[in-house]
Design a protein around this ligand. Structure first.
Ligand SMILES: NC(=O)C1=CN([C@@H]2O[C@H](COP(=O)(O)OP(=O)(O)OC[C@H]3O[C@@H](n4cnc5c(N)ncnc54)[C@H](OP(=O)(O)O)[C@@H]3O)[C@@H](O)[C@H]2O)[C@@H](O)CC1
Ligand SMILES: [K+]
Length: 483
């Protein structure tokens, strides 16, 4: 599991480490790692390093200092380096001196276009973890004129370090080289960061527990229930699906199919779409009502059940069964309109809510806003539930403060019915007894992997995502074996 720390925590850890490290040492470690990555990118994109041209965009802080020191290291490898200083009077003095000693050139803002035009690579050292807001006009103009691949120092300038929010001009990097630890921006703004490379500068022991986590496929493999010799259909978990209606059976078919593929456990369906579900998935035991569904170890409730009195009663019944519940779609709306429905739930019974931004607004009375980590955390606290906040990056917060982020593999999940598939996955994992935060986090990973595999570069459908779940699980298992 990858750990991610907020900039406040990073800064505190850096201060502790700086106090016991010779002056300038951390920056030189960071800059050496940066220079190596810039040289590697030059080799990859042009076939050589020596004789190539790098332009450094240098802001007024230590981020610019990293770029200047890296420029000095690149000179040793024969790269022609020019630095454009956005605020010459505030440029990092030691870094600038090192660059000058190494034979690097400093060019004025006015002269910069001719150097930027001829650059093989541009290094973005405009601003790092002290960034506030989008790029300022002078920096924005420079960045706009760049055609060469950009290596971002620590993070792409103009993107918020703690939320990944983009609210105006910013850098879109080919590669981002960060130091000491991952920051939220790296998980929340994958398109702006490009490939993220972490350079070790010895910070990890000073950091403590991460603020945010990102599951790797090997983590998913470690928790995903795979039947062993002693397992039967019950020990893998029996999941109940209360979804869909006679008029709209699609949600029922998708959530049920997803559950069928997710684990080897048994799937029960209860609702008005029983006929359709049975004919599509003969392995499912389908009945007309949740009251005669039989024993289940977790419920999926919500997609397509409607938001009227029947839907409300259905939700109440399911919440009162003392087993984990994943409440989605219409169930979220019912809870938002009538939170008393949650009285049916024993507070110790795990509940997973899976709102998109609109449902979040209904639940919380406000939009999630740019800080989606805090938004998800607050909803998790308020509802004493695991909250999976959908969006380009899916954030999963638990009431105990744990948060994970699932960085997408493209935009393939933006298709009708995709959410029903996710709910089915999470429900199956809950039935298998997984911790609800892990169930939601692992479900989101497999969902996005199945989406990418189903799409293979062209738009796919929710049914396509269901069909790709076995392939996604094979990829997950392979990652588990090779880790
Ligand atoms: N500490 C360490 O040991 C290590 C630190 N390291 C490195 O230091 C970096 C942090 O450096 P930092 O704290 O000096 O600030 P940094 O991010 O460079 O910003 C500087 C100034 O930029 C300005 N500015 C703000 N917003 C802006 C915007 N939108 N657009 C344009 N400009 C903007 C604002 O100044 P102003 O112009 O307002 O005076 C702000 O004060 C970190 O990311 C890592 O790269 C590594 O070397 C490892 C060791
Ligand atoms: K930067």
């Amino acid at each position: 599991m990858l750990g991610i720390w907020t900039t406040e925590r990073i800064r505190a850890a850096e201060d502790r480490l700086l106090a016991v490290t010779p002056d300038g040492e951390l920056m030189r470690r960071a800059a050496f790692g940066l220079a190596t990555q810039v040289a590697d990118l030059l080799a990859e994109t042009t076939g050589s390093v020596s004789g190539r041209r790098a332009v450094l965009l240098v802001g007024s802080g230590n981020n610019g200092g990293d770029a200047l020191w890296a420029g000095a290291f690149l000179r040793r490898r024969g790269v022609a380096v020019s630095a454009v200083l956005l605020k010459p009077e505030k440029a990092h003095a030691a870094g600038l001196a090192a660059l000058r000693r190494s034979g690097g050139r400093v060019v004025s803002l006015e002269d910069s276009p001719q150097w930027i035009d001829r650059a093989d690579v541009v290094v973005d050292g405009i601003v790092g973890i002290s960034a506030k807001g989008p790029l300022r006009p002078d920096a924005a103009k420079l960045v706009e004129s760049v055609d060469a691949p950009i290596v971002a120092v620590d993070l792409p300038s103009g993107v918020d370090p703690d939320t990944g929010a983009v609210d105006g001009p910013h850098v879109t990097a080919t590669r981002t080289v960060t130091f000491g630890a991952l920051k939220p921006v790296h998980a929340l703004a994958p398109q702006e960061c490009g490939e993220v490379v972490l350079v070790d500068i010895g910070l990890r022991p000073s950091l403590g527990e991460p603020d945010l986590r990102q599951l790797e496929l090997a983590d998913v493999a470690a928790v995903w229930p795979i039947p062993g010799p002693a397992d039967d259909k019950y020990s893998q978990g029996v999941v109940g699906i209360a979804a869909g209606s006679a008029t709209y059976p699609g949600a029922a078919v998708l959530a049920s199919g997803s559950a069928v593929h997710a684990t080897a456990g048994m799937v029960r369906y209860a609702g008005h779409a029983a006929e359709v579900v049975r004919s599509r998935w003969p392995e499912i035991v389908a009945t007309g009502s949740v009251t005669d569904a039989g024993r289940v170890q977790a419920w999926v409730v919500g997609p397509g059940i409607g938001t009227g009195a029947d839907g409300r009663e259905l939700l109440r019944h399911v919440l009162g069964q003392g087993v984990p519940v994943c409440a989605d779609a219409d169930a979220t709306t019912i809870i938002a309109r009538d939170p008393d429905v949650l009285d049916a739930r024993d507070p110790d019974t795990p509940l997973v809510l899976t709102p998109h931004a609109g449902e979040y607004e209904r639940l919380m009375g406000r939009k999630p806003g740019a800080d989606r980590l805090t938004a998800a955390r607050e909803a998790a606290k308020k509802y004493n539930a695991v909250v999976l906040l959908k969006g380009h990056c899916t954030v999963v917060a638990a009431p105990d403060g744990r948060v994970s982020v699932n960085t997408p593999r493209g935009s393939w999940l933006a298709t009708a019915g995709s959410g029903d598939v996710l709910t089915g996955l999470i429900g199956s994992l809950l039935a298998a007894g997984l911790d609800p935060w892990l169930a939601a986090s692992a479900g989101a990973q497999v969902h996005s992997l199945a989406g990418a595999l189903a799409a293979e570069g062209v738009p796919t459908s929710a049914s396509g995502i269901v069909d790709a779940i076995p392939s996604a699980l094979r990829v997950v298992r392979a990652a588990g074996r090779s880790s």
